[in-house]
Design a binder for this molecule. Structure first.
Ligand SMILES: Nc1ncnc2c1ncn2[C@@H]1O[C@H](COP(=O)(O)OP(=O)(O)OP(=O)(O)O)[C@@H](O)[C@H]1O
Ligand SMILES: [Mg+2]
Length: 257
């Protein structure tokens, strides 16, 4: 086997999407035959105008909404074949981060991060109640330290800034022990400087852990700087799919005209 073939053999695809179509009830098609595959460890930015179907595609990729046609293989499994329990298990291997962080406002940062462990095991809820003081809590503290927030572990998250809250959301996703991260406009609600800081931290963590990443963004420089590859949606199809090293903001900007 050549070195190249060997590299392909070990770099399995974590997400494969084939012929994916989706229309909401009574509406025009949003996605019309989307195709792409993301190899393990690759970071991909999904871009496109408002309403282009980015969030719809992310949800279809996790079968949070059912595609009308097409296949999604996540971490080696065809999601259409999975029973609800197995589907939940597959989703638990993916850490989600959204524009709105969906933290529990009255709980401390560390308690919010501990909730990431619930997704990991069907027994985790009771396990959390019993053991949260021990090993699990230490693990949550380590996740907070990785996003630079160990010193704010005890603070209620409704007393944190937007950028700090988004870091807690990232720590919570890390606590799941994910193989892949999916993020829908993870820094869109932050000011430009916090957005840059949080996106850079997020992308570095993902790279360091060797995680696969799929994120949407309206910030074209983020797409180029923090992803290995950019996929653009337009009129329900993939209008561009290229390595970010070959792209410029001007090239991407032209896709919005
Ligand atoms: N639950 C829904 N029911 C009906 N139509 C929907 C629903 N969710 C989204 N749509 C429509 O599907 C299209 C794609 O929406 P989607 O939210 O996926 O776009 P997007 O690319 O994520 O946009 P944005 O950049 O604004 O987040 C839009 O026309 C939207 O109005
Ligand atoms: Mg969206």
């Amino acid at each position: 086997m050549t070195a190249l073939a060997e590299a392909h053999a070990v770099r399995a695809d974590d997400l494969v999407v084939r012929g994916l179509c989706k229309a909401y009830e009574g509406g025009a098609p949003v996605l019309s035959g989307i195709e792409f595959a993301i190899p393990s460890g690759q970071s991909v930015a999904l871009i496109g105008a408002n309403g282009a179907g980015k969030s719809t595609l992310l949800r279809c990729c996790m079968h949070l909404i059912q595609p009308d046609q097409g296949q999604v293989h996540l971490l080696g499994h065809d999601l259409a074949d999975l029973k609800p329990g197995a589907l939940r298990h597959m989703r638990s291997r993916v850490g989600f981060v959204f524009q709105k962080h969906n933290l529990v406002p009255r709980l401390s940062a560390v308690s919010n991060v501990l909730h990431g462990a619930i997704a990991r095991s069907p027994f985790a809820r009771s396990w959390l109640q019993g053991l949260a003081s021990g090993a699990l809590r230490e693990e949550a503290m380590r996740c907070l330290a990785r996003v630079g927030l160990a010193h704010l572990a005890a603070r209620r998250v409704d007393k944190l800034s937007g950028g700090q809250s988004q870091r807690v959301a990232i720590a919570r996703a890390l606590m799941q022990g994910p193989r892949m991260m999916v993020a829908d406009e993870p820094v869109a609600s932050l000011d430009p400087s916090s957005g840059e800081e949080v996106m850079s931290l997020f992308a570095n963590l993902v790279r360091k852990e060797g995680l696969t990443m799929l994120f949407t963004s309206h910030d074209l420089s983020h797409a180029i700087n923090y992803a290995d590859r950019v996929i653009a949606l337009r009129n329900g199809v993939v209008a561009l799919d290229a390595p970010s090293a070959e792209l410029s903001v001007a090239t991407l900007r032209a896709l919005y005209d």
